[in-house]
Design a binder for this molecule. Structure first.
Ligand SMILES: C[S@@+](CC[C@H](N)C(=O)[O-])C[C@H]1O[C@@H](n2cnc3c(N)ncnc32)[C@H](O)[C@@H]1O
Length: 300
């Protein structure tokens, strides 16, 4: 028994918050969102990556439940998360196993939660970018700059029209730039914070586009003239290549005849080989010593 006897313990658990479409799908949930809508006795927070997203979760959890339970890996910054959660109220229980820790805190009073307070907006070149906690390149975007890889990709892309997919859209700088140039864009990301940021970015600039939450191509319909991506190579705190390898492998199914896949990545990442296995024509269009922009066409 982790918790002392309390009225709070009567109704477990709170609504869980899914921010990753893969976990969402596994749980069989019908909706992916950033908010808890129902009040609960206990809110369980799985420690996310990044302090801003962590604090967002705590604030949100404290707005729907008076007891917040944090669960996380010892290797993932749980100690500082516990200190942050402890500041919200009174510690009423804790437990630890070999690799994981758990802390329960009763908050002082249900607090109000306003999603708008957590978004950051900045003018980045010609676009206003809206970025929510923990979305890729949040701090550079909030300072009015693009991630260097994203910037190199946008610089290399010729003006393109037609139907374009921005896969792993983050806050939407690539898709929004292409939409501003007149393309018919679809943006997709597995992370609900990214999807919501990208929607807000398009809206802030009066741009049209479809933004969908999904794992790789899961939520995407139809075929495209151009697939463009600054693909992931992290999952949580670890390095992961499987997602991008699958993005490359599955790309031909989503390309129209004559269509192309453009990809930017750190130079050290091993994408050339999987690209060459799937496409007959792969070129390096930019190489600034840190990032490369690769173009792949003619699926084998
Ligand atoms: C390097 S960031 C690029 C973000 C944005 N395109 C940019 O350039 O600023 C990679 C993005 O891929 C997303 N991602 C990770 N795994 C994914 C998956 N399985 N399916 C779709 N998107 C994924 C991440 O959430 C992240 O937003």
């Amino acid at each position: 028994m982790v918790f002392g006897a309390s009225a709070h313990a009567a109704r477990l658990p709170a609504e869980l918050l899914f921010v990753d479409a893969r976990e969402h799908a596994h749980a069989g949930r019908g909706r992916l969102g950033l908010r808890w809508h129902e009040d609960a006795d206990v809110a369980i927070v799985q420690l996310p990556k990044g302090k801003r997203r962590r604090d967002f979760f705590f604030a949100q959890a404290a707005s729907v439940a008076t007891r917040v339970v944090l669960v996380g890996a010892k290797s993932a910054g749980i100690k500082s998360a516990e200190r942050a959660l402890g500041r919200l109220g009174t510690v009423v229980g804790s437990a630890q196993g070999h690799k994981r820790r758990l802390l329960a805190v009763d908050t002082k009073a249900p607090a109000s939660f306003d999603l708008a307070r957590w978004e950051r907006r900045a003018q980045v070149g010609a676009l206003e970018i809206v970025v929510l906690p923990g979305v890729f390149a949040e701090s550079v975007l909030a300072q009015g700059q693009l991630d260097d890889g994203t910037a190199l990709l946008l610089d290399a892309l010729p003006p393109c029209r037609g139907r374009i997919l921005d896969l792993g859209c983050g806050a939407g700088p690539i898709g929004a730039t292409l939409a501003a140039n007149g393309a018919d864009v679809t943006l997709t990301d597995v992370d609900a914070f990214a999807v919501e940021s990208a929607r807000r970015t398009l809206a802030a600039n009066g741009l049209k586009g479809t933004v969908v939450a999904g794992d790789r191509y899961e939520a995407v319909r139809g075929t495209f003239d151009l697939l463009v991506t600054n693909p992931p190579f992290h999952r949580g705190v670890g390095t992961e290549y499987a997602t991008t390898e699958a993005i490359v492998r599955e790309a031909p199914r989503y390309l129209r005849p004559g269509g192309e896949l453009w990809l930017v990545a750190n130079r050290f990442l091993p994408w050339r080989r999987p690209l060459a296995q799937v496409f007959a024509d792969v070129s390096v269009l930019r190489d600034d010593g840190r990032f490369v922009v690769l173009r792949a066409r003619s699926p084998r």
